[in-house]
Design a protein around this ligand. Sequence first.
Ligand code: 0X9
Ligand code: ZN
Length: 314
Amino acid sequence: LATYNYAVYHQMGEIYKWMTLIEKEYSHLVTQHYLGETYELRPIFYLKIGQPSDRPKKIIWMDCGIHAREWIAPAYCQWFVKEILQNYNSDQNIKKILQNIDFYIVPVLNIDGYIYSWTTDRLWRKSRASYNNGTCYGTDLNRNFNAMWCSIGASNNCSSLTFCGTGPESEPETKAVVNLVESQKSDILCFLTIHSYGQLILQPYGYTKNQSRNHEEMIKVAEIAAAAIQKKYGTVYRVGSASHILYSNSGSSRDWAADLGLNFSYTFELRDNGTYGFQLPEDQIQPTCEETMAGMMTIIDYINEKNFKNNAMT
Ligand code: 0X9
Ligand code: ZN
């Protein structure tokens, strides 16, 4: 795919085509799968990336674009896929990872909202579900998960930016994630969800000030990642529990994944710190993706090594 430009933002139609092309070009490592459909009945796909194996494999989940206007997130998911695949042959570490782990990558989760942010309202955030006879639109999909649903930092008013939906998992996009992650939960080593902006690596919880079960280990791993990010271009990331360093909110996918029992669950808030906000200029796509990749690989390395050690003991 020498012709795909990863340093520009792409419309949904191009991302759909890209998924099919990448599956063709790297058919030995990539398969495209159906995750579910959106409110407006568009198919949501994920890419499964890994070396085929007879032994059961572990999984690292990453979704991008749960919030429509955060365009750098889908750009990053595509960048990540490209980097892993292009470096596979020359990088022994990536080879080793792909022998044991499959990446499940959702390039755009909130497809209806993403399209709307291109066609009509650049700063649209939510899904495009219609309420009250079309008088208001959109659920905040990152308030719709079953994690102290619609308690703190979420609204039950459909015209709010943080509308939690009509019930936990009421939205098809949420349900699509829940169905797959629940069905594979014993194999998922890490849940990553990519947002912008703020330059943060957030861990559970957002719905309470309580810390998660493996808080210390998650902080340690995130701090290594933040250091790797800073080393690249000097970008400073902050690390911590969402409710401590950002704000409290219920119904996030990250908290839900932690409560499901997954050991590692992080929200990445990519560049910037507010200068351009959600409208990050295209000339920052490459440095943003490169530094994020550097940080995320330290997390993946840690988790892969730990998985090796755990398997050796059993
Ligand atoms: O509010 C959100 O959903 C996220 N911030 S954003 O600007 N990308 O919308 C924060 C999600 C992570 N924080 C918690 N879940 N608490
Ligand atoms: Zn977001």
